[in-house]
Every structure is written in C-alpha cells, then in structure tokens.
Design a protein. Structure first.
Length: 322
C-alpha cells in the first residue's frame, strides 16, 4: 500500500474511532450528575437543589420502613453508577451504606448529612432509640432549621462535584431555602394555635425528637420500642396512665407503622387515634414533596390537638422541577 493510501486509511480509521467515541460520549459534557439517595425526604431535597442538572435515584421506596429496609441487587447497580451518594446517616441506613461502600467507585463520596449537621453531644436518644443501643434518633428533617443545613451541604457538595453548574445549584438552593423558611414560620404558627396544654405528642415511632424542642412541643411517649416490635403490657399501661394524667386529646400513628396497640391505647385512655402522620412518606400529587409532607403533618396535628388546621395552607408545596 502506498504511503498516501496508508495515511488515508489510518485517517479513516482514526476518524471512525473518534466518531464512535463522540457517538458514545456526545452527551458527556451535558450528562446529568448521577446521584443515589436513601429516604424520600432527602431524595426530594436533592432533586429540588440539583434541578435539571441531576438524575436522582432514591434507594428506599416511598412508604417503606427505612429502619428495616434491606437493599436489593438493583440498588447495588444504582450505587455503583452514582457520582455522589447522599444518606441521612446517624445509623439510619446501615445496610445500604455497607453496600455502597463495597460497590461505589473509588472516588465517589458518601455524604452523611445528619453527622455533618449535628455534633455527637447533640444527638437525641429516647424509647425507640435508647442510648444503651448506641443508635441515636436519626429523624432530623422534621426540624426545618436542620433541613436548611442539609440543603446547604447538598448545594456545596454538588458545586464541588460539578462547578460548571454552580449558578444553577446556588439559585435553586436560594429559592428552596426561602420555601423552607416559609414552612418553618408556618410550623411555629401552627403550634402557637394549639392550646398550650395540648402541645404534647404521643406517637408510635418517635420521629419528632428534634422537631419538638424547636417548635415548643413536648414528646410525652413513643410507643414503638427499639426492637421495632410492640411494647410490653407494663409499658402500655404506663402510657395509658400518662395520657390520662396529661389529658392528651390525640395520639398519632402512621400507615408505615400499623399498630393495634395504638388503637387499644387510644380506646382505654380516651384519646383520639390519628394514624396519618408521616416522617418520611411523601404525599401524592400535587403535594408530592418534603414540604408537602410537613404541611400535611401540621394540618393533621393542629386539628387533632385543638389548633388551626389551616395554619400552613399558604405554604408553597410545589417542587422546583416538575
């Protein structure tokens, strides 16, 4: 083959090679950042901050008990493909985190939001999360001041990962923080509308350990023990007596944690049983957001405890990206 022909052949081969590369990676400069998350509230917060620049996959399905959740093989694929992984931490997602550490790419960071926000001395322990078991209460996000810190950490990590999208992440976060501020103020107003003697919570699962101190409520009891079973007879009797003594008008359960014990406690104590509160299950459209979940919670809680059920009706529950 002549030199000119050989050169032309090599050129054609090179052009074909680069055409294949361009065909495969043509969208790489604009490729969405692949993000793996865990519980639905965190998934939703990341989606709002990441906006159109990210593709988010939540490992824990909506309506699933996050404490007993075990990842499946498909989740390993999601974690292995992720460019960054956001988890709550504080021992909430131990099986998922262990899997992520095994399958993730070497340069991928697992961001433990709860551990980044609270110092260890600020961790809360209670009946559902006793100190002797070593696992703190991980439900930080009902405290909206802590959720705001989650949002800022997510923004900063995404900017580090993809500086070219800094303006979008920053703008999204500013808008989202304003929505969270509106929600935070509404929750204060909701609690203020509840008669002072009724600002007490009895829940099945203690999801409000960080919520109550911020907004001026008191968690009287959580029914579910650390074993995630049902409480024993002595504990049930103690809770019934306490509800009677405190004159608590309503106790709260969740569809994620169905419990006949709660119905019994309500019946024998004289309190109403409301099983619609949610700590991590997002509502249906059009309020399918973390903010929508908290607005629903405050509507239900306020009405059941003698407050104003319309106290958060003005809050914008929409997502930034529809």
């Amino acid at each position: 083959m002549k030199r000119s022909q050989l050169y032309a052949h090599k050129l054609l081969v090179s052009l074909a090679f680069f055409w294949v590369l361009n065909h495969v990676y043509a969208d790489e400069p604009d490729r969405k950042i692949r993000i793996a998350t865990t519980v639905p509230p965190i998934t939703n917060i990341v989606e709002n901050i990441g906006g159109a620049s990210v593709h988010v996959v939540g490992i824990v399905p909506n309506g699933m008990d996050s404490h007993t959740f075990e990842p499946i093989p498909a989740d390993a694929k999601t974690l292995a493909a992720a460019d960054i992984i956001f988890v709550n931490g504080l021992d909430l997602e131990i099986p998922t985190i262990k899997l992520a550490e095994k399958v993730k790419k070497a340069d991928v960071t697992i961001v433990h939001l709860g551990n980044s926000v609270l110092r260890e001395e600020e961790w809360q322990y209670d009946f559902s999360f006793p100190r002797e078991h070593g696992h703190p209460n991980p439900h930080l996000w009902p405290n909206i001041a802590l959720t705001m810190k989650y949002a800022e950490i997510i923004r900063d990590r995404l900017v580090e990962l993809s500086p070219q999208h800094k303006d979008a992440f920053t703008d999204n976060t500013s808008v989202y923080l304003a929505k969270l501020k509106q929600l935070d103020e509404a929750i204060f107003a909701c609690v203020k509308s509840i008669p002072e003697n009724n600002r007490k919570l009895v829940t099945y699962h203690d999801s409000f350990a960080y919520f109550a101190p911020r907004y001026g409520m008191k968690v009287i009891a959580a029914i579910q023990p650390a074993s995630f079973t049902e409480p024993g007879p002595r504990e049930v009797i103690r809770i019934i007596e306490q509800i009677r003594h405190e004159k608590i008008p309503a106790i709260f359960g969740s569809e994620v944690f169905p419990s006949k014990i709660m119905e019994q406690i309500a019946r024998e104590s004289g309190a109403n049983f409301v099983d619609e509160l949610s700590d991590d299950e997002l509502p249906e459209k059009p309020n399918d957001s973390f903010i929508g979940m908290m607005v629903n919670n405050m509507t239900i809680m306020s009405e059941a405890l003698g407050g104003n059920p319309d106290c958060a009706a003005h809050v914008d529950t929409s997502n930034l990206v529809q």
